[in-house]
Write a protein that binds this ligand. Structure first.
Ligand SMILES: C[S@@+](CC[C@H](N)C(=O)[O-])C[C@H]1O[C@@H](n2cnc3c(N)ncnc32)[C@H](O)[C@@H]1O
Length: 298
């Protein structure tokens, strides 16, 4: 059982709570662990704590997120202090303050401004427009993570990551290009439904065809990997399942009950797919049971 893991970047959709149940399927003989859609890097923090690899690479196409991780790892105290300064500058009723930080971030891309925006925006759910500008509004009911808590989370993350973790910025195909047979890649790309159209959660769109091409490249190089992708809440599915021809094992993990459904009086389970590359260890007993419950798998 792992101690409570640090979580300095409270991204909505973070894999923090699912991490141990995803991680149980990862091999333990990894040379380099890659997380190319890092966001809050929840799985890498888990992997560092579990010591499953010799080295770790985290990466994201959003350069300020990559920059934020570099600051967290290399300059934890200065980064936490700067967050504290920004956080203390706000007044509970002053909505303009958030908008001013947002405008400053959109002009200069400062990673610590982004951290404040993530902590203080509606449901910690980042939103970007087509030009890559942060568009999410302030959450008026919460002030965002308190500076003391942030300081502790940043210090603990830095301690886990320092000297063992490389941070890259760019498209996942480029940032995993050197992954080989002894390595392992954990993929958590944006769901198609959240990246295409008007309401775009993440800064970059990723079409399923591009994802499949990238997976084929990993398979051809013999790289072991796991992929969190589609899922379902109640009877509603999100994301199209991946083609069976890829030869991946699909597990369904219970990811909790949907807050939306609970609000409307329905208790609906959310299930998330986890695809394993060929040769990864067979599913544990509870997951197999879920797999049968959840329907087809390849
Ligand atoms: C679903 S989130 C990952 C969340 C992460 N697993 C966590 O625990 O917080 C997807 C992330 O992928 C990034 N992203 C989107 N398209 C990308 C691409 N083509 N290459 C690399 N990163 C990408 C987004 O900026 C976002 O941070």
């Amino acid at each position: 059982m792992q101690a409570r893991l640090p979580h300095p970047v409270p991204y909505q959709g973070s894999k923090r709570t699912l991490a141990p149940r995803i991680g149980v399927h990862a091999p333990r003989d990894i040379d380099v662990w890659f997380e190319p859609f890092a966001g809050s890097a929840a799985m890498t923090l888990w992997a560092l704590e579990a010591q499953v690899a010799r080295r770790y690479v985290i990466a994201d196409v959003l350069a300020p997120i990559a920059g934020l991780w570099r600051l967290i790892i290399d300059a934890p105290v200065a980064t936490a202090e700067r967050y504290g300064e920004i956080w203390r500058g706000q007044k509970p009723s002053d909505r303009d303050y958030f908008n001013a930080v947002r405008a400053r971030y959109n002009a200069h891309g400062d990673p610590v401004d982004l951290l404040y925006l993530i902590c203080r925006c509606v449901k910690n759910a980042v939103r970007f427009n087509a030009a890559g500008q942060f568009t999410q509004s302030v959450d008026r009911r919460r002030l965002g993570m308190r500076p003391e808590r942030m300081m502790a989370a940043i210090a603990a993350a830095s301690q886990l990551m320092r000297g063992r973790t490389e941070v890259r910025s760019g498209d996942w195909l480029a940032t995993t290009a050197d992954a080989g047979r002894r390595d392992f890649v954990y993929l958590d790309p944006p769901y198609l439904g959240t990246t295409v159209g008007r309401d775009r959660r993440y800064v970059r769109q990723l079409q399923q065809a591009d994802l499949i091409e990238g997976i084929e490249a990993l398979l051809a190089r013999g790289v072991r990997f796991m992929l969190s992708y589609d899922g379902m809440t109640g009877a509603k599915s999100y994301g199209a399942p991946l083609p069976e021809a890829l030869g991946l094992t699909r597990l369904l993990l219970e990811a909790g009950t949907s807050a939306q459904a609970t609000l409307s009086g329905r208790a609906e389970r959310t299930l998330e797919s986890l695809y394993l590359s060929p040769g990864l260890r067979p599913p544990c007993a509870p997951c197999s049971a879920l797999r049968e419950l959840g329907g087809p798998s390849s």
